[in-house]
Design a protein around this ligand. Structure first.
Ligand SMILES: *Cc1c(COP(=O)(O)O)cnc(C)c1O
Length: 373
């Protein structure tokens, strides 16, 4: 008997009853979107919680990424990472920009700054790194290179909600950071996202761009898009924010349980918690190394057979999708190896002890496999 299905994540939700008064408020006001009162309240409460000054809410993270590139006037070529969700580089394509891919560091899974200078050309205008799994990218080195070559830095911080690095918000790094509030993320508004920028002037431009470019009733300053978050999403966000600390604490507790259990399993290495960081435990990434008795894909298959829907984030690499075959790139042995060994185990606050034990049992069972599958 394989048992009930365990998914890699399960959206964390507030009490339905707590939503009712906010829905009433929306119904009574008749204001459903276009920067209503809940939208405004969520923007200011998120600024406070995240420790940032300028934040603009979006309908989703991808539109925030597309808009970030517009707002900064990025042109030509942009240096980015192949080890991410496809939305990162898709946002470049939607802006008619050329992605240029460099390898990652083997331990952090983040863009290796060493690769950046080798691919800078006279067309390069920006760098688009990802804080993969919420682990801080090498922000100091990336900024030094950007300053030296006069490049903008846009962080895809979709995984990095609430992460502090070296005592301040990780979202302070670079010119702009973009968050995702998709159902699968640590903080969700069903769909949603936000753009964090450095000054009020940029935020004003971003707010025009997410509303078709309207500066006022009769003035359109740019060919903007419809990227607005609606009042229903904002209501969900306000309730989620009340409980986010508990959600992250519970994720941390589970992550450490995994760390304990996997410490005794040679060849299955849980990503160590990053140093100097208040982390958010967004994912549970393990590498299935060559010394483990069976391959990553064989272990993946055993999980599936046990109804445990682990995921291979991020396999395939973005550069392996045919639409990116022509893109300029460096060799990427570290990204390739990570994509071939990675497995993200289930991690969410409601994961029960029984479910946890079932997950560990699959790994233990594979340990005694007779020969490498
Ligand atoms: C989830 C995600 C996005 C896209 O965010 P959406 O809100 O789903 O549009 C972008 N980049 C990364 C790395 C992501 O994980």
């Amino acid at each position: 008997m394989p048992g009930d299905i365990i998914t890699v994540t399960k959206p964390s939700l507030p009490e339905l009853d707590d939503l009712q008064p906010l829905l009433r408020q929306i119904w009574d006001s008749g204001r459903l979107t276009n920067g209503g009162s809940l939208h405004q309240e969520l923007e200011s409460r998120l600024c406070e919680y995240l420790g940032v000054e300028h934040l603009s809410l979006f309908a989703n993270g991808t539109l925030a990424l597309v808009t970030a590139l517009q707002a900064l006037g990025v042109t030509g070529e942009v240096i980015t990472t192949p080890y991410t969700f496809v939305a990162t580089s898709h946002a470049l394509i939607w802006n008619k920009l050329k992605p240029v891919f460099v390898d990652i560091e083997p331990d952090s899974f983040n863009m290796d700054p060493m690769g950046i200078e080798a691919v800078i050309s006279d067309k390069t205008t920006a760098i688009l790194p990802v804080h993969c799994y919420g682990t801080p990218a090498n922000v100091a080195e990336i900024q030094a290179i950007a300053d030296k070559h006069d490049l903008r830095v846009i962080y895809d911080a979709a995984h990095a909600f609430g992460v502090n690095y070296d005592g301040s918000s990780l979202l302070d790094a670079g010119d702009v950071s973009v968050l995702s509030f998709h159902a699968t993320k640590v903080f969700n508004t069903f769909e949603g996202g936000a753009l964090v920028c450095r000054d009020a002037e940029t935020k004003r431009r971003v707010d025009y761009l997410k509303n078709f470019g309207f500066a006022d009733e009769v003035t359109v300053v740019a060919p903007g898009i419809n990227g607005k978050m609606n009042e229903f999403q904002a209501a969900v966000g306000l309730l989620q924010l009340d409980r986010i600390d508990d959600v992250i604490a519970e994720r941390q507790r589970l992550y450490r349980r995994y760390a304990d259990a996997l410490a005794r399993v040679p060849g299955v290495d849980l990503m160590p918690e990053p140093g100097n960081t208040k982390w958010n435990y967004a994912y549970c990434p393990v590498l299935v190394r060559a010394e483990f008795p069976i391959s990553r894909d064989a272990l993946y298959k055993r999980f599936r057979e046990a109804n445990i829907l682990v995921r291979r984030y991020f396999y395939p690499l973005v550069t392996d999708f045919p639409i990116y075959h022509e893109a300029r790139r460096l060799a990427m042995p570290n990204a390739r190896k990570a994509a071939d060994q990675i497995l993200c185990l289930p991690l969410y606050p409601d994961l029960s002890c029984d479910e946890f034990d079932r997950i560990i049992a699959v790994i233990q069972g594979a340990l005694s496999a007779e020969e490498r599958e």
